[in-house]
Design a protein around this ligand. Structure first.
Ligand code: GLV
Ligand code: MG
Length: 278
């Protein structure tokens, strides 16, 4: 079973400089509320953003929502300063997201510097990061998920954000992530007023095998949660598959609603019930 899969459909990003939004993000039904000190913060404000993140994780959360931070790239002094500052925080973060990861080095450094309780997510968003995927994903036991960084990846390979331009990269990341037993999360839909576009993008990601998606605005969270959760019909069907396999005495193939259902169908149904049936 993939680590992280039971609860991470949505990650709500908030810029660190807007402290009220970061606190509010924890109460908006996102599976993970993330405070960003990387690309939503201009270079001149990095120190201030870092201080805000430290303040955020020095106070306990008033709600049970898990909290994350996106630090700066660990090839930069800011990234290292971020990690050192976060070590001092009393209440988290639960998850540290590392951007522009291109090799096992970054997860190893973060793993060594942060405590055992902290989970790591790597953003794959450069051509080199994509080329070195398998070694990166094997780097650290505390790696739980990957996220596709569409904007930087498009920049890195010289293409657009169009679905067809990035299809190959998305498919490659999802396969490598699942092969490593981790949870793949897709890039956000950047047009925060285009709800129909978000629904289409989220469904495509889901159908490709992604388990969740980043959100840049609270209004995107319920849409993402819904797309990445099974419907009541899916749960009902999964129950029938598991029941039928039980009553066939484990002999192999059985019929459910006219469909011949064998081992992979049964395993998929069991997994769905494990992840989503309350
Ligand atoms: C996210 O970091 C992106 O580059 O899309
Ligand atoms: Mg990026």
């Amino acid at each position: 079973m993939n680590k992280f899969s039971r609860y991470c459909r949505s990650i709500l990003f908030t810029p660190a400089l807007v402290a009220e939004r970061s606190v509010k993000a924890t109460s908006l039904d996102a599976d993970l509320a993330l405070i960003d000190i990387e690309d939503s913060v201009a270079q001149a404000y990095k120190a201030e953003a870092r201080a805000r993140a430290v303040a955020f994780f020095s106070a306990p959360s008033e709600v049970p929502c898990r909290r994350a931070v996106r630090i700066n790239n660990l090839g930069s002094p800011d990234g290292l300063l971020d990690l050192l500052a976060l070590r001092e925080c009393r209440y988290g973060p639960d998850v540290v997201m590392i951007p522009k990861v291109e090799s096992p080095r970054d997860a190893e450094i973060a793993g060594h510097l942060l405590g055992n309780q902290v989970e790591l997510i790597v953003i794959i968003e450069t051509a080199r990061g994509m080329e070195n995927l398998s070694s990166t994903l094997a780097a650290q036991a505390r790696l739980t998920a990957t996220i596709f960084g569409a904007a930087d990846f498009a920049l890195s390979v010289g293409t657009s954000l169009d679905w067809h331009s990035l299809y190959h990269a998305r498919a490659r990341l999802v396969t490598a992530t699942r092969a490593a037993g981790l949870h793949p999360i897709d890039s956000p839909w950047f047009d925060v007023v285009d709800t129909a576009g978000l629904v289409t993008a989220a469904r495509r990601s889901h159908d490709l095998g992604y388990g969740g998606m980043a959100a840049l605005h609270p209004r995107q969270v319920p849409i993402i949660n819904e797309v990445f959760s099974p419907s009541s019909t899916d749960i009902e069907h999964a129950r029938r598959v598991v029941d039928a396999s039980g009553s066939s005495g484990g002999r192999g193939i059985c019929l459910v609603d006219g469909m011949a259902v064998g081992a992979p169908f049964i395993e998929a149904a069991q997994r769905l019930l494990y992840e989503f049936d309350a």
